[in-house]
Design a protein around this ligand. Structure first.
Ligand code: SF4
Ligand code: SF4
Length: 338
């Protein structure tokens, strides 16, 4: 398999076909644009000798690969002692009607409307996958190079940048399908992410996931454990190759317990989300698409959960005895990060 890939991104928006995963502070920042939810996924523990497939490509894992996956899982995922071979991802993300096939931040000109104003860190890392060890990012790129979102964009290229253009400049397909001049960078080579800003974006996304896990993810995992993670029957609710989406409310209730300032931030977020859900449902009803109906039902359930949470958060909650003021200050500044 080719082990070096470069990227010639023209910001064409072809890979922006759904709302991205976003850390909770990113959702707070873009509260009027993205409906937030929690996405729960299953991740099977890797074994040496296992063949891992990414699209049509595969890689046979060795001990070092397994150790790298385990390191990421220990830092970013959740484990149930009853299921030794499974981890669970619990992450916040944007939620929208799949029939729109478009991220809510994608503007009419095909460009990201928040590119210079809080673009989600996962989008900065794309087309790399922060949940995959750096040593295997070439397999991710090989698969994405053949996927429909990137096919037509002609942005992922085999080999290092210098092979593609004099001075690493070249052409790529823009949002209007015109050919435009772009800077080409070597993304991965020699088992490493080579481009410094791509490496920084991957690390930033992993750091965000670790903070989400620390500030609300563990609490939500424990909350849902009996009902979802410790029972093989309940586990079937989590698709093997997708996500179970639930309301963001358990994460908000976990964060609101840190301090009164956090509680006030969560209530303000809920108000914005209720207004956004109302607008999105109204537009869906005008579209009259039968395949929108299950999503409308889910959005209405989110709205009901938010209304209930607002009642719960009407008064300052009794703080957890072990919530130190310094922890509360950390969460407040994390939540307000802009
Ligand atoms: S499809 Fe490729 S060129 Fe277009 S925005 Fe995504 S990464 Fe950039
Ligand atoms: S936030 Fe911007 S870069 Fe990310 S998927 Fe949406 S439009 Fe694309």
């Amino acid at each position: 398999m080719v082990s070096a890939f470069s990227l010639a991104c023209s910001a064409c928006g072809k890979c922006c076909n759904s709302p991205p995963s976003m850390a909770l502070p990113e959702l707070f920042r873009h509260r009027d644009r993205f409906v937030g939810c929690i996405a729960i996924g299953r991740v099977t523990r890797r074994r040496a000798g296992e063949r891992v497939t990414f699209g049509a490509h595969y890689h046979v894992l060795d001990d070092a690969d397994v150790a790298a996956f385990d390191t990421l899982a220990d830092a970013l995922l959740h484990r149930s002692p009853l299921l030794a071979d499974q981890s669970f991802s619990i992450a916040t993300q944007g939620f929208d009607y799949p029939s729109l096939a478009c991220c809510p931040a994608l503007a009419d000109d095909g460009l990201c409307a928040i590119h210079t104003n809080g673009k989600p860190s996962l989008c900065e890392a794309v087309p790399l996958d922060p949940m995959v060890p750096d040593s295997m990012q070439h397999v991710v790129l090989a698969a994405r190079n053949a996927s429909s979102a990137y096919f037509g964009a002609n942005c992922i290229r085999e080999g290092e940048a210098v092979q593609h253009g004099e001075g690493c400049e070249g052409t790529a397909t823009a949002s209007n399908d015109a050919h435009v001049r772009v800077h080409i960078v070597t993304l991965v080579a020699n088992g490493r992410v080579q481009d410094a800003s791509a490496q920084e974006a991957v690390q930033r996304r992993r750091a965000q996931l670790a903070l989400d896990r620390e500030f609300w993810g563990r609490t939500v995992f424990e909350l849902l454990r009996g009902e979802l993670f410790d029972s093989p029957v309940a586990l079937a609710r989590i698709p093997a190759d997708g996500y179970l989406t639930i309301s963001l409310v358990p994460a908000l209730l976990a964060v609101a317990r840190y301090s009164d300032a956090c509680r006030v931030e969560c209530v303000a977020y809920i108000d914005s989300q209720l207004a956004l859900i109302e607008r999105n449902v109204k537009h869906a009803l005008q579209r009259r698409r039968p395949d929108d109906r299950p999503v409308t039902r889910e959005l209405r359930a989110f709205a009901d959960a938010y209304a209930h949470a607002k009642d719960l958060l009407a008064h300052p909650p009794r703080m957890s005895d072990n919530t130190a003021p310094s922890a509360a200050r950390r969460v407040e500044s994390w939540l307000r990060a802009r």
